[in-house]
Write a protein that binds this ligand. Sequence first.
Ligand SMILES: Nc1ncnc2c1ncn2[C@@H]1O[C@H](COP(=O)(O)OP(=O)(O)OP(=O)(O)O)[C@@H](O)[C@H]1O
Ligand SMILES: [Mg+2]
Length: 217
Amino acid sequence: MVTAAPRGQFITLEGTEGVGKSSLMTALSEWLAAKGESVVTTREPGGTATGEALRSLLLDPSNQNLSDLTELGLMFAARSQHIFERIEPALARGDWVICDRFTDSTYAYQGGGRGISLALIAQFEAVTLDGFTPNLTILLDVPVATGLARAAQVSAPDRFESEQHAFFERARETFLRRAETQARTKIVDASQSQANVKQSVVSLIEQHWISVQGDHP
Ligand SMILES: Nc1ncnc2c1ncn2[C@@H]1O[C@H](COP(=O)(O)OP(=O)(O)OP(=O)(O)O)[C@@H](O)[C@H]1O
Ligand SMILES: [Mg+2]
């Protein structure tokens, strides 16, 4: 008899600019693959052809006339396609999915940063995601100035990175406040060395995995 593969785990990496999300995703994916797990790494906005086209619109610094509500709608449109086309099929076949940013970034950037009400974002989330949520979220936290300095070394500022310092302070604060209310979210001090950040996160994933297996013996 063929038994269905157990559902995969959906892990999201969150935090403001330059905290180390993309570097960590690569390190975690290598660690999981070395353990023999199938891993899908992806990012938001993006992850599908449609989502990447929307990402280009959203991140293009010359696209200055986008309304806040249009930005919010495009984020959720990209996310809806991402879940449908990429994330859900991978989880259903038993793969781990690691995603660089997800809905918490929408609360932080469009909510905290832009000032859209968190209640309105929650309505978009309810309609678009219908309860779909990560199994574990790692919030990498570092002072805004440190992260922006790191990000500036990697590439020219995109439409979000061109925002003022205060925008990112509000985003960071929103991430941290949300984390207090979400048991799935673990805050990691990202001012540590990359090796220490990775080790801290590996420990959190191992603890998470033990708790999941305990739930489903
Ligand atoms: N813990 C760390 N200590 C020092 N430098 C780091 C650390 N983590 C990442 N970096 C470096 O900081 C830069 C930004 O890292 P990375 O691109 O992973 O951040 P990010 O969170 O994905 O940024 P963005 O939000 O802009 O996509 C890279 O040059 C990376 O090597
Ligand atoms: Mg990145």
